[in-house]
Design a protein. Structure first.
Length: 599
């Protein structure tokens, strides 16, 4: 029997040494006695025997003590096997003591499986191939894709998923979230993190969705990691509890299923629903079911929303936007009209800088108005154009709406856009700049907890442009690509393209100087060389066509001030002096507003 602990080992070694010395001394004692002629050899032997006996008793005592201690420690170790793990305490109330099955995602096999006394819990490791390390985030979010499919269907890289049919009976999916490279100042664009989140989402949908369309089984997700799950996939509204780095969710499966049906990134155009028509949740959106009103939960309250703050420079744009939305409703898609019990609202958020007179015109144009307190952009320079652009975050507070489509006040709607309400958040158009989207038109689900999260993050997360767009791109790194015709940004790299504005556009986003800030005769972006990338007479003409449909009491809000008129004339003179090759400075101005300036 070999000693198991260092202390016992040392005692055994000492005993062995002393006994060896005793024996050696005993055998050598007679010789020594003879040689030295010393008396009393028997007394010496007796003394050594007594010493050895004492040491034996001492060793037995210590080894016995060790065995008792070891037994206690072993008992404590055994009891830990039956201790509820931390995450289980967070879901105990939800599962109500029933036997549950847990799927473990991104946990090593060596890590202890959580076993609870009484076989309340069973675990299974979910097997899947890791996404290739050669695939980067930019591969899922390219600058440009072939939306018109001239060269074939756009495709996305592959993210492996587990064999879902092997894990259809899970009650809880527990995942260790990859947080490598995560900081509080920027968004986390990690492909493996996306894979883990999508694996969890697919497992939950597979286990929770039952064949009958109105029956779903409660399933839960537990995430372990300081960075938490991706908020684009797992809504904060579904968060049950959070303790330290443990996050427990009870997801709403209809929303989650729509998420897993979306493309893996902006590498493909998002679809409002799957094309196969075989998914159970698509049953809810069938026209027959809506006509029978069997599922009133889908009769959501929705709104188009815009915002004005800091000045009245965009009041005319907001009036034209409302009129364009109303005009587009004349060709409203009857299918999407069935999904709502009432007409969608037009809601305008404004601060105290919008005058009562302007509010009168805005309401006459069709807007419901609601005053807000504006939010300062923490990284913008004082007095800059985007100093208060974070006020746009207020749209997440509109929780009496199930879904809203936010539209900037410098956008003109040309075709019906009601179909966008079927898309999940955050559905947006690309900004054609690396992995970024444009925040001029967004499909948003209002949420109080998301607003609170955004308000906390705004003080830490950097913004590449100092405004709301840069900030939102860091918070929502995984987004769904709308076609560019939904948010056609008036910016051109080639002269020919500015003359051929597509006829099938849903909306034009007027970048640069706005149409109402120019003479109606031509786009005044032509008068400044650095702004000519925003110039298009064709797009300019489309805005004035909507203006012409407006009654006179609304047109008055689009008049030119003396200051604006003088600036237009100043840049026309400079363009003439420079003899800019486009020669728009040669055009004779006939806009009657130049003779009826407003205050």
């Amino acid at each position: 029997m070999f000693p198991r602990k260092g202390k016992t080992c040392r005692i055994h070694f000492c005993l062995f040494s002393l006994l060896h010395l005793n024996v050696k001394s005993s055998t050598q004692a007679p010789k020594m006695a003879v040689q030295s002629r010393r008396p009393y050899p028997t007394l010496f032997t007796l003394s050594m025997t007594l010493l050895s006996s004492s040491l034996v008793i001492l060793v037995v005592f210590f080894e016995s003590k060790y065995n008792i201690s070891d037994t206690v420690k072993q008992a404590q170790t055994d009891s830990q096997v039956f201790t509820y793990p931390r995450w289980f305490d967070l879901v105990r109330e939800e599962i109500n003591g029933k036997k549950i099955k847990v799927g473990l995602v991104n946990f090593d096999d060596e890590e202890p499986a959580y076993k609870i006394h009484g076989s309340v819990l069973s675990t299974v490791h979910v097997r899947f191939d890791h996404v290739s390390k050669t695939i980067k985030w930019g591969d899922f979010f390219p600058d440009w894709i072939d939306e018109d499919e001239e060269f074939g269907l756009p495709s996305c890289p592959t993210i492996p998923m587990p064999r879902l049919e092997d894990y259809r009976d899970l009650d809880i999916v527990m995942a260790r979230v990859p947080c490598d490279g995560w900081t509080r100042t920027s968004g986390l664009r990690d492909v493996f993190r996306l894979q883990v989140n999508l694996v969890v989402a697919n497992l939950l949908v597979e286990s929770g969705w039952v064949m009958e369309p109105d029956v779903k089984r409660a399933v839960y997700a537990v995430f372990v990691g300081s960075c938490g799950p991706m908020p684009e996939i797992f809504r904060c509204d579904d968060l049950l509890r959070k303790a330290g780095d443990h996050w427990v969710y009870k997801p709403e499966l209809r929303r989650l299923k729509q998420k897993v049906l979306m493309p893996l990134g902006s590498c493909q155009i998002a679809q409002p629903y799957a094309k196969t028509g075989k998914e159970v949740w698509r049953y809810f959106l069938s026209e027959d079911k809506v006509k029978k009103q069997e599922y009133s939960v889908f009769h959501q309250k929705e709104a188009y929303v815009t915002i004005l703050h800091s000045s009245e420079a965009y009041v005319c744009g907001a009036i034209a936007l409302a009129q364009s939305i109303i005009l587009s409703n004349s060709t409203r898609d009857p299918f999407f009209n069935l999904l709502s019990n009432s007409a969608r609202d037009l809601l305008l958020l404004h601060d105290e800088n919008i005058s009562p007179k302007s509010l009168t015109g805005l309401r006459a144009a069709g807007w419901k108005t609601r005053q807000i307190e504006r939010i300062r952009s923490p990284f913008a320079k004082k007095g800059s154009y985007n100093e208060w652009n974070y006020s746009k975050l207020r749209i997440w507070l509109l929780t009496w709406y199930d879904k809203v489509i936010f539209i900037d006040a410098d956008v003109l709607v040309l075709k019906n856009m009601d179909g966008l309400f079927v898309y999940p958040p955050l559905s947006v158009a690309s900004n054609y700049d690396k992995t970024l989207f444009n925040s001029g038109i967004m499909v948003v689900e209002p949420s109080l907890c998301m607003f609170e999260d955004l308000m906390m993050k705004r003080l830490e997360v950097d913004s590449y442009d100092g405004g709301d767009q840069g900030f939102l791109n860091e918070v929502f790194t995984w987004w769904h690509r709308l076609p560019s015709k939904v948010n056609f940004r008036k910016i051109f790299q080639r002269n020919g393209s500015r003359k051929n504005i597509p006829d099938d556009l849903s909306a034009i986003h007027y970048l640069g100087l706005k149409p109402w800030m120019c003479y109606r005769d031509y786009d005044c972006n032509w008068d400044m060389k650095e702004r000519q990338i925003f110039a298009s007479d064709k797009a300019h003409e489309k805005w004035w066509q909507v203006y012409d449909t407006m009654p006179e009491n609304l047109q008055q809000y689009c008049g030119l001030t003396e200051n604006r008129d003088s600036r237009i004339k100043k840049w026309r003179k400079i363009a003439r002096y420079l003899r800019l090759p486009d020669e728009h400075w040669r055009i004779g101005v006939k806009d009657p507003r130049q003779y009826n300036l407003v205050q």
